[in-house]
Design a protein around this ligand. Structure first.
Ligand code: PHE
Length: 359
């Protein structure tokens, strides 16, 4: 019996040493220590032995078992290191190679504009926040001070999903404002975020598509006021349109989630069918904004006597059309290669304020 143990041990040890992969090692382990394995088979024999025999063989077999387990663990770590090294060697990228054919793909104007906006607001100290496209009624409407029977629900041409088993129906978010709610519910003020993303309304013509893009802005702190809103928007629009100055006109408006609410126009001129932002005799409506309504703060468990702030929402596609001179929004989503090549941006040209946003 002792010899049998010694030769089994020699055999298994040799097999372990001969494995060249984790999978092969696992096969050896199962063949030795698995339920029907050779070592387990010997262990089962212990039951039929006399107490004297068992006193000798018990410790011998247990020693065999733990020696083999130790050998397997040691081999496993050797194989794991080798496999990792092989994988890393296989994935090695030669970063010194020239970029081939980088003009073949291009950045969509929408992505470009989102990157530009994120860059401008990053410099102003804003984080980028995100939320889901499929929203709950609570986040898209109720918490934004648009209760069930509120007429503003009709204004949004909402896409509703079929109700689930509990009769609850989700919506495709009609604006990025639900990200305000998600942010206020999950973070302590001070809050400074922008939330770019897809939004949906049942609408389609030259300047409306059922899916479009918005960027939301939200600032909440103890002493944030309307002056901060105006200053932030001026800094944003000046940087975005790459002009030395912009003049804004804040018109009183109405949004259920802000009070007071303002529509913001920029001064511009229309010459030869081109819009020039910055000066001129015309005004172009560019975004909606206001001071966050106290009901919205309360819905997010913030005390309106302590905290206040501003929010704004703006169409990204519309900004892209204005800045880069496209006049049909539907072309944005046609995937026509000629359009993409003409209006697309070079993939390696990341917009930065210092280096120039659009050059
Ligand atoms: N959510 C509004 C819209 O889609 C825009 C907005 C956002 C207005 C934030 C005020 C404050 O029209």
């Amino acid at each position: 019996m002792q010899e049998q143990i010694a030769s089994l041990k020699a055999d298994i040890t040799a097999r372990i040493a001969g494995t060249d992969s984790i999978a092969a090692l696992e096969d050896v382990r199962v063949a030795a220590l698995g339920k029907k394995g050779s070592v387990s088979g010997l262990m089962k024999g212990l039951g039929g032995m006399s107490p004297e025999e068992r006193q000798v063989m018990g410790p011998a077999l247990n020693g065999l078992k733990s020696d083999i387990a130790g050998d397997i663990a040691a081999r496993k770590s050797v194989l794991e290191t080798a496999e990792l090294e092989a994988r890393l060697a296989g994935e090695r990228v030669d970063v010194s190679l020239p970029v081939l054919d980088h003009a073949a793909g291009s950045i969509h104007p929408n992505s470009q504009v989102m990157d530009e906006i994120a860059e401008i607001f990053a410099v102003l100290g804003f984080d980028v926040a995100e939320g889901p496209d499929l929203e709950s009624d609570f986040h898209n409407f109720t918490a934004l001070n648009i209760p069930e029977e509120h007429p503003a629900r009709q204004d949004h041409d909402t896409f509703y999903l079929s109700p689930n088993a509990e009769g609850v129906r989700k919506v495709l978010r009609t604006h990025t404002s639900p990200v305000q709610i998600r942010t206020m519910l999950s973070k302590e003020p001070p809050i400074r975020i922008i939330a770019p993303g897809r939004t949906y309304r049942s609408d389609s013509d030259a300047t409306h598509t059922p899916m479009f893009h918005q960027v939301e802005g939200l600032v909440i702190d103890k002493d944030t006021h309307l002056g901060h809103l105006k200053g932030t928007l001026e800094a944003f629009l000046k940087a975005f349109f790459e002009v030395d100055a912009v003049t804004l006109r804040l018109r009183p408006s109405y949004f259920p989630f802000t009070e007071p609410s303002m529509e913001v126009d920029v001064q511009c001129s229309f010459a030869d069918g081109n819009v020039k932002i910055g000066d001129g005799n015309d005004w172009l409506e560019i975004l909606g904004s206001g001071m966050v309504h106290s009901n919205v703060l309360k819905a997010c468990n913030l005390d309106p006597d302590v905290y206040q702030g501003f929010a704004f929402g703006c169409g990204i596609d519309r900004l892209a059309m204005l800045k880069y001179g496209m006049n049909d929004l539907r072309a944005f989503f046609d995937g026509d290669l000629r359009w993409l090549r003409h209006y697309g941006f070079r993939a390696l040209d990341l917009p930065t304020l210092a280096g120039g946003l659009s050059r």
